[in-house]
Ligand binder design. Structure first.
Ligand SMILES: *[C@@H]1O[C@H](CO)[C@@H](O)[C@H](O)[C@H]1NC(C)=O
Length: 395
């Protein structure tokens, strides 16, 4: 064999070195909750095992996975806290996490499962069963009960992904995204009865760059609710019903409040819901606003209020001095919205006397009521129309 020349040797050595480096980078460690004391029998408290797996993954200098194999894991309220040593943690769930059947255990905790400072975390698959029925029953008796826990909270985190997660029967909201930047929720399923109280599907607030795709939400309150301080929100291909629709609001409860802007809601369907596309503000003074919103390609089936802006929200007519909303609503477009209304008034713009809605645009809207033209009603709303508009515009 001829002597390799020095340049060939240098090339081979540097190639081996770079392959070695790459294998270090993709060398992901996995922490299986079963190895840390969890049991998938639905009875053994596995909270500590999940927290241990999280701590190990969070302390790992390289990519790490928390893995829950098939099984039912009883988990009490748990706080998965960052910041972590790496920004590539995967929570891979092939089983079901079950909340305690005694609803008081987590009812006062705010969140059942809370991720905070969890930059770069992805949650993949799994079922989260909030076991909310007991608490809802308590609430319906009028007795004093805990307000209930959000099933999955994600707070003050960047670059988070949630993929293929199913959430059942949350005590309160199913998912809350709060104070986050760049979150992608995909293939999320929410399932709770149409009469379950305060069980919003996904709530977003004080967050930018949130994307919600290809999801199906059936619940007792808003399918998606959009709170103060939301910007650059993208919602696409979401099926809602039963539920209260997709709602920007309620806004303007507080005087000093950050606004909502750059919201796109695309290719959504509503079936037997209370509302379709809603903007809702308290009849109170506020610095808040809603601007640059696009609602496009929506199909309504038997929806009570398909298109609605309500700036006169004041439950029990309490705490709304002067009854005028300070929230300024502008540049809201409704484009290609079709289907059936369950009530005669299919389009309702009930805007603030002091701050009329501006720049409302309707384009190709066709909503019918009992196979006939529905009605539109406007107060303090200005804007333009183009294309087919049914019911006849009142702008
Ligand atoms: C609106 O939709 C209904 C039901 O699909 C249809 O019969 C009607 O022709 C449409 N109206 C217009 C103006 O396109």
């Amino acid at each position: 064999m001829p002597m390799a020349n020095p340049i060939t040797i240098i090339l081979i050595v540097s190639l081996m070195f770079s392959l070695f480096n790459r294998s270090l980078a993709i060398n992901r460690v996995t922490y299986n909750v079963l190895d840390l004391g969890a049991k998938g029998d639905g009875k053994t408290d596995s909270t500590t095992a999940f927290l241990k797996a999280w701590s190990a993954a969070c302390g790992s200098p390289g990519p790490a996975t928390v893995y829950a194999p098939p099984g039912r894991y009883l988990v009490k309220n748990a706080h998965f806290k960052g910041l972590c040593e790496n920004k590539a943690i995967i929570i891979k769930i092939d089983g079901t996490l079950v909340a305690p059947s005694d609803y008081d255990v987590i009812g006062n905790a705010g969140n059942w499962l809370l991720f905070e400072g969890a930059d770069g975390v992805s949650i993949e698959g799994g079922i989260l069963d909030g076991q909310g029925t007991g608490l809802w029953a308590c609430k319906s008796t009028g007795k004093s009960c805990h307000s209930g826990a959000t099933t999955l909270g994600v707070s003050n985190s960047k670059d988070v992904a949630v993929n293929g997660l199913t959430l059942l029967n949350s005590q309160m909201f199913h998912i809350v995204i709060n104070g986050c930047d760049n979150v992608e929720l995909q293939g999320v399923k929410v399932l709770a009865p149409g009469n379950s109280p305060n069980t919003d599907g996904i709530h977003v607030q004080l967050s930018t760059g949130v994307t919600i795709l290809n999801s199906k939400i059936s619940t007792g309150d808003d399918c998606i609710s959009i709170g103060p301080g939301t910007s650059n929100l993208w919602i696409e291909n979401v099926a809602c019903g039963p539920g209260h629709g997709i709602s920007i609001g309620s806004l303007g409860k507080d005087f000093k409040e950050v606004g909502v802007e750059k919201v796109t809601v695309k290719a959504v369907t509503f079936k037997n819901t209370q509302n379709g596309l809603r903007i809702k503000t308290w009849a109170r003074q506020s610095t808040g606003f809603v601007r640059d919103v696009l609602f496009q390609h929506a199909i309504m089936t038997n929806v009570q209020n398909p298109i609605v802006i309500d700036q006169n929200y004041c439950p029990n007519n309490k705490n709304c001095p002067g009854q005028i909303s300070g929230v300024k609503i502008s540049d809201v477009t409704y484009k290609d919205i079709h289907g059936t209304s369950a009530t005669e008034v299919a389009v309702k713009f009930d805007c603030s006397k002091a701050n009329p809605c501006r720049g409302i645009r309707l384009e190709d809207v066709n909503l019918t009521y009992k196979n006939q033209a529905a009605k539109a009603s406007c107060a303090n709303a200005a804007g333009t129309t183009s294309g087919v508009i049914q019911p006849t515009s009142c702008l």
